[in-house]
Design a binder for this molecule. Structure first.
Ligand code: 13P
Length: 259
């Protein structure tokens, strides 16, 4: 691995391609652009989460050290009769060193907090660093969303061995900001970074909280990246749409490099 930000101080940019682009040829083209940008903006940690079908082929041809690969999902069992699922061991074998667990788009398809709890230790055992996605569905005025996010975090991390907290990234992605035209303001992002950290400190202790990385995702783009990446207590960003567009991606990587 090219060095986690906690140790190096680098900001992470995790490119979640979701179910894009449509063909391998286009995926290779996007990868080549991302790879070149990663070589320029050396002070940012760059992780690409391509569709699983493209993962091995992209990782196989890559000889550099500037880009790491993530899976977008894994199953909570290591092998067996689970049609359509992919295991931690399989995606690690294909070249991934990270995995996104509990993305809002998986939760919308039925993944529960308990499923996420099972997947986290399985990913660690399979030598994948989990990027655990949490975030409220709606922002209510009674503060219910605070309980929702705290509960997602404490449930997800309940079975993590003490020595493995340093391998965890929490990605705070409020559902209402994913695919939205605009991200929340930077004050709000900062408050949620603090809430995530306080939740971990309360439940698992200060030392473990300090070793964990906390990033923000949802409508990060070329226009807001600089402001978001300047938010204190934030270790990086998880990017959807803008990671598919070289122009917007470059601005984000530059902002991460400069932050
Ligand atoms: P957008 O950046 O397209 O809003 O998507 C965010 C996301 O879900 C990243 O995982």
């Amino acid at each position: 691995m090219c060095g986690r930000g906690t140790i190096s101080g680098m900001k992470s940019v995790i490119c979640n391609w979701k179910m894009n682009p449509p063909t391998f040829t286009e995926a290779k083209r996007l990868f080549d652009v991302t790879k070149k940008l990663a070589a320029v903006y050396k002070n940012a940690e760059v992780v690409i989460a391509p569709p699983t079908i493209f993962l091995r082929e992209l990782a196989k041809g890559y000889r550099g050290t500037r880009v790491e690969f993530s899976a977008q999902n894994i199953f909570w069992e290591e092998s067996g009769s689970f049609t359509g699922e992919t295991s931690s061991i399989q995606v690690r074998d294909a070249g991934a060193t990270y995995v996104i667990i509990g993305h809002a788009e998986r939760r919308a398809l039925g993944i529960t907090d308990e499923n996420v709890q099972h997947k986290v230790p399985v990913s660690l055992k399979g030598k994948l660093d989990p990027i655990v996605a949490v975030g409220e569905r709606v922002r209510d005025t009674h503060g219910e969303y605070v309980h929702e996010v705290r509960n997602q975090i404490t449930t997800a991390l309940a079975n993590v061995p003490a020595s493995k907290f340093k391998n965890i990234t929490i990605a705070y992605e409020p559902v209402w900001s994913i695919g939205a035209p605009e991200a929340p303001d930077t004050n709000s992002v900062h408050q949620m970074m603090l809430l995530v950290r306080k939740t971990i400190a309360d439940a698992f202790g200060e030392k473990k909280m300090k070793s964990i990385r906390v990033i923000y995702g949802g409508a990060v783009n070329n226009e807001n990246a600089k402001d978001i990446l300047s938010v204190p207590d934030l270790d990086g960003v998880l990017v959807g749409r803008a990671s598919l567009d070289p122009y917007r991606l470059e601005a984000i990587l530059q902002a991460a490099h400069d932050a």
